[in-house]
Design a protein around this ligand. Structure first.
Ligand SMILES: NC(=O)c1ccc[n+]([C@@H]2O[C@H](COP(=O)([O-])OP(=O)(O)OC[C@H]3O[C@@H](n4cnc5c(N)ncnc54)[C@H](OP(=O)(O)O)[C@@H]3O)[C@@H](O)[C@H]2O)c1
Length: 340
């Protein structure tokens, strides 16, 4: 016997990827419902070899469904996730709405699988922000060995992290550069993204940082250890899929770069590609469609006593969203619901 699964936001970037990953990982699905807004009622989406037709989230009854994987943004989540949870269906949510709620576990299965049991308070589990997810996969095993004091991270985030409209904006603006008769004004982003980089993701906070930067700080603390200090600069770059991060880590104890490389090589969810030669590292193009978080450029930071620098790349629609959500569903199934 398998699970009755609902994918909410099935026409979106993350929703479609969740369907791909459920199929690829042969998740034990008995029945699958795919939901979106009324606008796209009847739209066809693929699940493995099958084609499914989307239903309207607004009129869907979650009673009798085991898990709902939500990828619809905070506003729609606020309206519909409590309904699903109250109907006895466990919500695994990709939006930021519940991530900082003390009664909702925020889970990256490679880091804090034990927190899954906290789901029962609200029947909801939160999935982290894309830029946090890939970073904590790399930080956790290093923290277990040498205790991290402080992290300085700069991100290079792809436009798919802002949804399908943002991908369209980059595509249209890029084409318009070669066809100057058509102008494509910035809509999703505050400035033109084609052939540009924008040091601004999500809204500004009072202290001058952005909400995306704040999320990396708060989520790393919740997932790994509240004592870790994080300072982040989050930047949008004209890449379709794949987030990259330059990460500087300061430890309590000395950690040699070779040992750090060995630890990362042995750790779950990580692929180390770190040859000190032309092309001996991973770029976002190569990570698309992969499950792993790729780590390259591991090296000592000679400006402090116990420092390591590294480069971290992952498919933001996968580890940063859909894959992590499906891994949470697998964990919940294995540890709690025990069907399949
Ligand atoms: N992209 C990433 O890397 C990433 C990473 C982590 C978390 N997330 C989060 O995941 C969520 C989805 O992101 P996305 O990139 O997949 O966005 P997207 O491509 O814009 O897709 C949004 C999906 O939500 C549906 N939707 C929106 N409002 C709805 C409503 N009122 N009722 C029913 N369905 C509604 C849309 O349906 P229609 O097609 O019918 O409009 C579509 O299926 C967001 O909360 C985002 O912050 C994304």
């Amino acid at each position: 016997m398998g699970y009755r699964i609902v994918v909410v936001g099935a026409t979106g970037n993350v929703g479609r990827e969740m369907l791909n990953i459920l199929a690829e990982r042969q998740f034990p699905v008995d029945e699958l419902a795919v939901l979106a807004s009324r606008r796209s009622l009847g739209t066809e989406v693929t699940f493995g070899e099958k084609t499914l037709t989307t239903k309207d989230l607004d009129t869907f009854d979650f009673t009798g469904w085991d898990m709902a994987l939500f990828a619809v943004g905070s506003e729609a989540t606020k309206k519909y996730a409590p309904k699903a949870a109250a109907a006895g269906c466990v919500v695994i949510d990709n939006s930021s709405l519940y991530r900082y709620d003390p009664d909702v576990p925020l889970i990256v299965p490679e880091c804090n699988p034990q927190d899954v049991h906290g789901y029962a308070k609200k029947n909801i589990i939160a999935n982290p922000n894309c830029s946090t997810a890939q970073m904590v996969v790399a930080l956790k095993p290093l923290h277990d060995r040498a205790k991290i004091k402080r992290v300085v991270v700069s991100t290079y985030q792809s436009v798919s992290g802002s949804g399908k409209e943002a991908m369209e904006e980059l595509w249209e603006q890029t084409k318009a550069v070669y066809n100057p008769t058509s102008e494509v004004p910035a809509k999703v982003y505050p400035k033109e993204i084609a052939f540009n980089v924008i040091p601004h993701i999500d809204v500004f906070m009072e202290d001058g940082s952005t909400k995306e930067e704040w999320k990396m700080v708060a989520e790393t603390k919740k997932i790994i250890d509240p004592s870790i200090k994080v300072t982040a600069t989050c930047v949008r770059v004209p890449v379709f899929v794949g987030h990259s991060e330059s990460v500087n880590i300061e430890f309590e104890e000395f950690l040699d770069e070779d040992e750090a490389r060995d630890i990362l090589r042995e750790s779950p969810g990580i692929m180390v590609i770190d040859k000190r030669e032309d092309g001996g590292y991973v770029t976002p193009k190569e990570c698309v469609g992969d499950f792993a978080t790729f780590i390259s450029r591991i090296r000592q930071d000679s400006t402090i006593d116990n420092g390591i620098n590294l480069w971290c790349v992952s498919d933001n629609l996968r580890k940063g969203a859909a894959l992590n959500a499906v891994q949470i569903a697998e964990l919940l199934g294995r540890e709690v619901l025990k069907k399949g």
